[in-house]
Design a protein around this ligand. Structure first.
Ligand code: JDQ
Length: 234
């Protein structure tokens, strides 16, 4: 899969692509991620990408010209013969969840456009963007951190990236539930013991305990997730 990122802060995005799971996926050729400086598509001497908002008000707005030029250079013009999906990260977007990540991970080519300032000129969105996505109901200062979240979440889903397909099986088994508590050595820490069942060697009992704790955690902390599975909180 190829992911292009358009940003005014390439130096923020690039180091992330070299580290950990995403870095390994790139080195293994399973993910090709390329970062582009939006200012490369400006035409004025100051490489301007922002301007004052029509109607007045605080802050600046990202200009449509450079952004549409960048997106069209990377993805082609919006329409039927475009072979990429262009996503703008935005607080106004549809909320991304694990199902949304799965859909993105199935694409051959994803272009992530990162806004800054108070947002992006609406005409750029209408003319060049296929989908607006939010990573949660809180306001960041730009689309870069959301784009990194998308890249990391997508990379984990690409075939061969997580060496151990077992973990994907167990994730899909517990899909839509929170993980229960986890423990490693030592067996007693700060006076607190690792639950006996996890040290019993009884794998069936371990699985049953984990499933029960996952349900309990989810019921206490995220009853909305149980409702979404059709398991109404009782
Ligand atoms: C941009 C901003 C005031 C937005 C500018 C571009 N989930 C999520 N949270 N925040 C974002 C996404 C996000 C994405 C792109 C962005 C925030 N801002 C800052 C400032 C109003 C709206």
């Amino acid at each position: 899969m190829r992911i292009d990122v358009v940003t005014i802060f390439p130096e923020l995005v690039e180091p992330f692509l070299r580290v950990s799971i995403v870095g390994n996926a790139c080195e293994a050729g399973l993910l090709e991620a390329v970062v582009h400086d939006l200012r490369d598509w400006t035409e004025d001497r100051h490489r301007t990408v922002d301007d004052a908002p029509y109607g007045g008000g605080p802050g600046m707005v990202m200009m449509p010209g450079p952004l549409v030029a960048a997106i069209e250079a990377l993805a082609g013009p919006k329409g039927a013969e475009r072979n990429a999906e262009v996503v703008l990260l935005s607080p106004q977007g549809e909320r991304l969840d694990q199902n949304g990540l799965s859909r993105l991970a199935a694409l051959d080519h994803l272009v992530l456009a990162c806004g800054r300032y108070e947002g992006v000129d609406q005409r750029a969105i209408e003319l060049a963007v296929d989908a607006e996505l939010s990573i949660g109901d809180y306001v960041l200062s730009g689309g870069e951190v959301p784009a990194l979240a998308v890249i990391e979440g997508v990379a984990r889903l690409l075939p061969g990236v997580l060496g151990n397909p077992e973990s994907l099986v167990s994730e899909s088994f517990s899909a839509g539930l929170l993980e229960g508590p986890q423990y490693t050595r030592p067996p007693v820490f700060g006076g607190l013991e690792v639950p006996e069942v996890l040290r019993s060697g009884n794998h069936a009992a371990v699985e049953e305990w984990r499933a029960r704790r996952a349900h309990e955690s989810t019921r206490c902390r995220r009853p909305d997730l149980l409702a979404a599975r059709g398991e109404e909180e009782s």
